[in-house]
Design a protein. Structure first.
Length: 81
């Protein structure tokens, strides 16, 4: 069911995975290079990364975080159709 059957599906899978990983990878690059003048280029990427993360700690509310992640997963599955 989830196995890619065409080169286009493999490319879509690779792009989705790269898009999911890239902001986290660029965060490390941002912190390593921001003092060398790259903050202007990487700053908007870091700002977007920070916007995507919540400032709410869910340690006391694990029952809230797990269903929320499941709903987001279902939304993305519907968008990939």
């Amino acid at each position: 069911m989830l196995r890619p059957r065409a080169p286009e599906e493999i490319l879509r899978f690779v792009l989705v995975v790269a898009g999911g990983i890239l902001p986290d990878a660029l965060q490390g690059v941002y912190y390593a290079l921001k003092h060398f003048g790259y903050e202007r280029w990487l700053g908007p990427v870091q700002h977007f990364h920070d916007l995507m993360h919540t400032k709410i700690w869910l340690l006391a509310y694990p029952r809230l975080g797990i269903p929320f992640q499941f709903v987001i997963f279902l939304i993305f599955l519907l968008l990939l159709r």
